[in-house]
Ligand binder design. Structure first.
Ligand code: SF4
Ligand code: SF4
Length: 68
């Protein structure tokens, strides 16, 4: 089975709507696959072994994170 990956829909992501500009999805990812370099910046994704747990999907208030 192909490994799942996480992706950010940059058209939906609005860091300014997250408290203090902190990416909640990046905050909850224990594998550090979603990385936010600084507050109010959109997160990047790092190629790594995603657990497909979808905790990041649930954490994002803008529904901007997808596990595919
Ligand atoms: S939690 Fe969602 S909307 Fe907020 S910065 Fe992260 S991906 Fe963007
Ligand atoms: S699905 Fe889980 S492991 Fe993968 S990026 Fe989201 S929180 Fe991290």
């Amino acid at each position: 089975m192909p490994r799942k990956t996480v992706a950010v829909n940059y058209r939906a992501c609005e860091p300014e709507k997250c408290e203090d500009g902190i990416c909640l999805a990046a905050l909850v990812c224990e594998k550090n696959i979603l990385i936010q370099e600084a507050p109010y910046e959109m997160p990047d994704t790092k190629a790594s072994s995603c657990l497909s747990c979808a905790i990041c999907v649930q954490a994002c208030p803008q529904d901007a994170v997808l596990v595919m």
